[in-house]
Design a protein around this ligand. Structure first.
Ligand code: G1P
Length: 289
């Protein structure tokens, strides 16, 4: 029996400079895909997977996210007055319960590994998930639900992976694969953002992880890697040999909402999933193509 995953860490301290001027005062995680902010998709995916404790690693200028997940008494009173029961449910259901959502700050942008390390005091010896809201996965069931199923079979560290074109390996953490059954790839090593010529495979890590707390033994050392940053990939790589490490090929479509093209495409794809929007959007888009 593996230890259940009850906690999830959301690294949300990034500046989002790719989306300026939209992100001058607004956190990039508050950018909406159709009508819901990216951070809310991430929280809902975790909640659907049975996560009970949600830890946001924030930074300067990210307070809007705390407000988003708080009660909005005035708004709720107005919606109630106006008999807008559907909208009222939407705003009341969007947050985890009191005491389930915690915030800690990454005071300097020292890398993803450092952001996760900042959440260490909330984890305390348990396995945990990491969800990057930039990576949106359109799937039923959600990506983390699928990952937990796989984790229940193999335990250890499990990351969601997908194949990328070889020329893109320098954007991702890449697996050095020992064995692969087409669904789960067992890794014997990991490299952060290798040059295409040196990449041991094209299997890339997306922003979904299930990690054992041993990863903190390595993050504690604050060793820097690719780009001079404290890399989560390097800390995970060091656990290989002691803890099984698997890449899990999820089913669904991943959108990299950290890029403009990925973000706009996600908006179209999510709108097409909606009964109230798909016909109109399809017709409008046709006019441009
Ligand atoms: C981070 C990780 C990388 C991973 C990627 C997935 O990179 O360091 O291993 O493949 O997220 O989104 P970043 O996108 O922060 O540069």
């Amino acid at each position: 029996m593996v230890q259940p995953v009850r906690k999830a860490v959301f690294p949300v301290a990034g500046l989002g400079t790719r989306f300026l001027p939209a992100t001058k005062v607004m956190p990039k995680e508050m950018l909406p895909v159709v009508d819901k902010p990216l951070i809310q998709y991430a929280i809902e995916e975790a909640r659907d997977a049975g996560i009970e404790d949600f830890i946001l690693v924030t930074g300067r200028g990210k307070n809007l996210m705390e407000d988003h997940f708080d009660h909005a008494y005035e708004l709720e009173a107005i919606l109630m007055d106006r008999g807008r029961a559907g909208d009222l449910d939407t705003v009341q259901d969007l947050a985890p319960g009191s005491g389930q959502l915690s915030y800690t700050r990454q005071r300097r942008p020292l890398g993803l590994g450092h952001a996760v390390w900042c959440a260490r005091q909330f984890i305390l010896g348990e396995p945990f998930a990491v969800i990057s809201p930039d990576d949106l996965v359109l799937s039923t069931p959600g990506c983390l639900v699928q990952m937990i199923e796989a984790y229940n079979e193999v335990g250890g560290n499990v990351v969601a992976v997908e194949d990328v074109p070889r020329e893109q390996t320098n954007r991702y953490g890449i697996l050095d694969v020992e064995s692969d059954d087409g669904r789960l790839a067992k890794a014997k090593g990991l490299i952060e953002k290798p040059d295409p010529a040196e990449a041991p495979s094209t299997l890339s890590i997306i922003g979904r992880y299930i990690l054992q707390p041993e990863v903190f033994d390595h993050l504690d050392k604050h060793e820097t890697g690719a780009g001079g940053e404290i890399q989560l990939t390097d800390a995970m790589a060091k656990t290989i040999g002691n803890i099984p490490f698997h890449g899990f090929r999820f089913s669904g479509k991943r959108f990299d909402c950290g890029t403009k093209a990925g973000f706009v495409t996600a908006n179209v794809a999510y709108a097409m999933e909606r009964d109230d929007l798909s016909d109109e959007i399809r017709e409008s888009i046709k006019a441009f193509l």
